[in-house]
Design a protein around this ligand. Sequence first.
Ligand code: SF4
Ligand code: SF4
Length: 110
Amino acid sequence: MTQMTAYEEAIRAKVCAHCIDRTGRGICGTQQWEDCALNRFMPQIIGIVNAVKSDSLHDYVHALRSEICVSCRDNQDGDCGLRSSLECGLDRYFPLVVEAIEEVNMQAAA
Ligand code: SF4
Ligand code: SF4
């Protein structure tokens, strides 16, 4: 398994499997694949989390806002309606996304 696949599998298992937008069969329940920012930005998300290396979630959230939200189609001058209404799966589950990526790194280092 490539490292990128390992990260994505870990995120799918830790985040998507418990997402309120998935269907009863565990399939992403958004209308279209690209409706969730987690799908649209998967490689970039893995990249920023691996670049941050901090004990503070705040630093990861800062990277999310400054490197991904800025280029997201739903960003409006720093505000995001989906984020405000908790409709962005990436934002809603971001702490779990970070955890999933770090768990893969810990397994790889063990
Ligand atoms: S987090 Fe996004 S990609 Fe994952 S199941 Fe939820 S809506 Fe789908
Ligand atoms: S919080 Fe908003 S701007 Fe950021 S990734 Fe989600 S939908 Fe895009």
